[in-house]
Ligand binder design. Structure first.
Ligand SMILES: NC(=O)c1ccc[n+]([C@@H]2O[C@H](COP(=O)([O-])OP(=O)(O)OC[C@H]3O[C@@H](n4cnc5c(N)ncnc54)[C@H](O)[C@@H]3O)[C@@H](O)[C@H]2O)c1
Length: 353
């Protein structure tokens, strides 16, 4: 296979304490690329010079830039990993599309506004750039085995999908994406949400609600329910699928990572080879798959259309709060309703210390 030359936009800094002010996801991407014999990391761009230099030193290259446009023009990489905060993703993806980069793997959440998310997809479609997002849980055993159980009709016909989460946008981006994966990427008919945003909760530079409850309906009738923050106990696990003949639960506290209840039987714990709901190996598998897709022309399940589906649900939930009512899709807005409500003083979270 032809060698894939990868560059990074945003490297972060390894602090030993990853959190909402810096997780250094670029290092996890780079560790994943390093496992692939036909990938070479060739350059990085970061506005903080010492971040770029530390990253280059660790991964054995010397080409660092402060300006990512300069890097794209000088290096002409085959693939770019974007590991910056969400409000920067769109301008960086657009720059990669303009530079005719063949593949861009961008961190989630997709973008800071729904308009920006749609613009990223359109620009990459026009340029022929394969755009993917890092919703890596699809590569974790508890999730892929749950999908296998659904496909085998272990719980009959799927009727309801639920998830418990901290928030609807940052972590929630993964959770919605998993729901759509479980429901075969079907479209959503409507979304209805109520939330509390009384204390400022900035995660990777973006407002996130404190507590929330959402219901929605997919085309063909499957219903969804999400509970976030203090409300997440109402779901009580990472994901639950209710079918006509049973239940699948992922990440229920005090239980194994995956279990199934078939009609007329006891709960069965499914062996996940020691994997829980989180793991760097999910990212490594995701990157291996995306590089293979670039080399073979295959479509990745991390594709932008799938990410946009989850993004539309997130912004539709927030739009439902703004409209104080149900939101029918497709979503006809461009902005970020949560941000807009904060800016207008309709939501007035107390400032974090
Ligand atoms: N997939 C996951 O499970 C997961 C987990 C954590 C974080 N994330 C996501 O990863 C993304 C990155 O978060 P992080 O915490 O790794 O970031 P970080 O803060 O660790 O690193 C971001 C880097 O971007 C650089 N940067 C800022 N502006 C730039 C610019 N204009 N040009 C070049 N570089 C610039 C910063 O200097 C910094 O080094 C976020 O979208 C976050 O939501 C995903």
């Amino acid at each position: 296979m032809a060698e894939v030359r990868v560059a990074f936009i945003g490297t972060g800094r390894m602090t030993g304490e990853p959190g909402p002010m810096g997780y250094a996801m670029a290092y996890m991407h780079a560790d994943g690329y390093e496992l692939l014999s036909d990938v070479e990391i060739v350059a990085c761009a970061d506005i903080v010079g010492e971040n770029a230099e530390a990253f280059a030193e660790k991964y054995g290259f010397s080409d660092t830039y402060a300006d990512y446009n300069e890097m794209l023009a000088a290096v002409k990489p085959d693939m770019v990993s974007i590991c910056t905060w969400p409000h920067l993703h769109a301008e960086m993806v657009l720059a990669c599309a303009a530079a005719e980069v063949a593949a861009v793997h961008c961190e989630k959440p997709m973008a800071h506004t729904f308009g920006a998310a749609k613009a990223m997809v359109a620009a990459c479609e026009e340029a022929g750039t394969k755009l993917t997002f890092n919703h890596q849980r699809r590569y974790g055993k508890p999730f892929s085995l749950a999908k296998q159980l659904l496909d085998e009709a272990a719980i009959g016909e799927l009727q309801t999908i639920q998830f418990g989460t901290s928030d609807l946008y940052d972590y929630g981006s993964h959770s919605w994406d998993m729901c759509n994966y479980f429901n075969d990427e079907r479209g959503t008919k409507w979304v209805l949400c109520g939330l509390d945003y009384s204390e400022e909760n900035i995660v990777f530079g973006a407002h996130n609600s404190n507590h929330s409850t959402v219901v929605w309906e997919y085309e063909k009738g499957v219903c969804g329910q999400a509970c976030g923050g203090d409300a997440k106990g109402a779901v009580g696990c990472h994901h639950r699928m209710l079918g006509t003949e049973g239940i699948i639960e992922i990440g229920r506290e005090g239980m194994g990572p995956l279990r199934v209840l078939r009609a007329g039987e006891e709960w069965e714990e499914i062996d996940t080879d020691g994997e829980g709901c989180h793991g760097a190996e999910f990212v490594y598998r995701c990157l291996a798959d995306i590089v293979d897709c670039l080399q073979t022309g295959r479509e990745s399940q991390m594709n932008a259309a799938n990410a946009l589906r989850a993004t539309e649900q997130i912004f539709a939930a927030w739009e439902s709060v703004r409209r104080r009512g149900i939101v029918r899709l497709p979503l006809e807005i461009e902005d970020n309703p949560l941000d807009a409500m904060v800016a207008a003083g309709e939501l007035a979270p107390t400032r974090a210390e």
